[in-house]
Design a protein around this ligand. Structure first.
Ligand SMILES: [Zn+2]
Ligand SMILES: [Zn+2]
Length: 174
């Protein structure tokens, strides 16, 4: 346990109920996302990028829609360095999407971010997952996707072009 989490006892960030970072009731209140294209954010079958949106064939896995208000609540936790809730949500999401095996078959990278705090969180989330260095697929993990250019840069920086590209992020802001 990190010191900061020792000082602030575990309670639901939405309703303040003590015991969990987000209680089951509040978690149910967050709407699950539909499969969308990571470039235009419009609906797309299985979350695959539309061919007219990018040359890259990316599968976009997303978790929940966040309202502005919810987004601010989560943002405050990132600034305080409290990441346990994001880790909990990541685990829930992987189970919900049934992509546990897919994750293991990927090299894992953090999603780039313009904010240092968010990037640190993304790095923490990506390190929490077990991938493999020799895998031909890549998975970028993070809190949310800020822009596709950052992802394109990561892909360009790789020694070999990946077989499949996946993005896994917790939130889509609406
Ligand atoms: Zn709650
Ligand atoms: Zn699109």
């Amino acid at each position: 346990m990190r010191l900061i989490e020792y000082l602030f006892p575990c309670q639901c960030i939405i309703c303040s109920k003590v015991g969990e970072h987000i209680c089951p009731r509040c978690l149910k209140g967050l709407p699950h996302t539909l499969p969308i294209c990571c470039v235009c954010k419009k609906l797309s079958n299985k979350g695959v990028t539309h061919s007219h949106c990018s040359n890259l064939n990316i599968t976009y896995f997303t978790g929940w829609y966040l309202s502005k208000k919810m987004s601010n609540i989560f943002e405050q936790n990132i600034h305080k360095g409290i990441w346990s809730i994001h880790l909990t949500l990541l685990t829930i999401l992987i189970t919900y999407l049934r992509i546990g095996n897919l994750v293991k078959e990927c090299r894992i990278f953090p999603l780039p971010s313009n904010s240092i705090n968010t990037f640190k969180l993304n790095r923490f989330l990506s390190k929490s997952l077990k991938g493999g260095e020799d895998n031909k697929n890549i998975l970028l993990v993070g809190e949310r996707l800020e822009n596709i250019q950052g992802v394109e840069e990561v892909i360009r920086g790789l020694a070999i072009s990946p077989l499949n590209i996946y993005i896994l992020c917790l939130f889509v802001t609406n």
